[in-house]
Design a protein around this ligand. Sequence first.
Ligand code: NAD
Length: 503
Amino acid sequence: MNEVLKRLGLQEVNSGAAFDGWYDTTGRVVESVNPTTGEVLASVRLASVDDYEDIIQRSQDLFRRWRMLPAPKRGEIIREMGEALREHKADLGALVTMEVGKLKSEGLGEVQESIDVADFAVGLSRQLYGLTIHSERAAHRMYEQWHPLGIVGCITAFNFPNAVWAWNAMLAGVCGDVVLWKPSLKAPLTAIATHMICEKVLQKHGWGGVFSLIIGDDADVGEALINDRRVPLISATGSTRMGRHVGATVAKRLGRSLLELGGNNCVIVHKDADLELALRGVAFGAMGTAGQRCTSTRRLMLHEDIADQFLQRLTRAYESVPIGDPLVEGSLVGPLIDEDAVRMYESAIKAAQEQGAELLVGGSRVDGPGYFVRPTLMKAPMDAEIVREETFAPILYVSTYRDLSEAIAIQNSVDQGLSSAIFTDSFRASEQFLSHKGSDCGIANVNIGTSGAEIGGAFGGEKDTGGGRESGSDSWKAYMRRQTCTLNWGEDLPLAQGVKFVI
Ligand code: NAD
């Protein structure tokens, strides 16, 4: 076994379920494959619905105790988790790269994101503020307070196998919830390694199981989780197809869901843009992470005045971008996650051509081991069906515009509403883009690409992206229940709105 995996203790574990210790799971075995080489890294035996049931029952019990620990004390434990992640950052980052094919710096960056959110959560643990409200009744006081919810089910996508869990777990943890993580079957090792690092800290303090793990099939374990009334919040990150099903299932039992789904993100390059900046922003957004970020740039609108010049430079960047092993310094485009992803890339390009698009660069698989494809640039009609869908691969569709309102309307015309960006040096153009008649996305950037966000802001998108917000700002409110309290310190019992009821 690979040294990184050994250092992370992965040679000792092939179980798919953990709550204050590993279960002896009995399900089918799934292999984690390195998309760079096609080699099997390790295998995991999946958990069953019985394992799930056991974890939920123990989680319910643990929640009753965990919620009684003062929030700053919970924050202290999260602080130590951040320290533990710092200690293992190099290995965990390398594992992210090995398991999902991100560049080395991006694997490390992902773990850094988890550390950052842990730090953020520590500060939050001394806040979690409520409001005081003036009562209309004399000698009355109103305020609102926030209580923990209970068990949070956290479903994560393959492409952020470490940070998305941290966004949820670190916040939910300081809020007083316990978290059951169901990761993607495409990245089980990162989940196991992350779980082990954080579980060790919890066990040290006698809180093993506050963050539990279940790796199982969607059809049994996944369905059990989303249908379970004992889990008041399901936070699910993944495709819109998944979110539509999960959201409807949770809504049917009147549970809460926090959905972080697909994007179809557009960059507008205006006539007065700093083209060097725009080039770098678009190149990273569209080719970076091999187009496998929810915030990857998939559509590009170029102002007619600069379109030819910009496209020439972008074409050169596409032609020369180094594709290769993401662990090797200098590679800028790693592999797709698996063979299915390569097939989807190929069929999207074919569909685009059938729907009127013209291939400018790329369009094919790279020979050799692994799942490498060439970043692809296509001139395309922006209303083509395939352009309106999210293909999780490095394909960028380009078109031109004359009028900024028209470009913004095209940007907003798709079903997804995650990330958006404009490159411009014009105050008016930038303000128009950010105004209420501008971008309809959850993220709107100026002179920064669509891809990559800091944890301090709330992260998420509108429309088919699901409407959820995770990570910074006041996203913590999703993990708590609000209670409005009215206290009467007078000697009378006046009713609100002047209602009289005298007995
Ligand atoms: P996916 O939808 O195939 O799977 C996501 C997760 O959902 C996996 O853990 C999967 O096992 C689980 N799942 C699927 N059906 C389920 C069910 N019935 N019950 C319970 N769990 C179920 O997505 P993916 O291919 O892993 O990831 C790529 C997608 O995720 C892209 O669409 C991308 O845009 C999106 N994504 C969104 C964000 C965001 O914050 N908006 C972040 C990362 C990824």
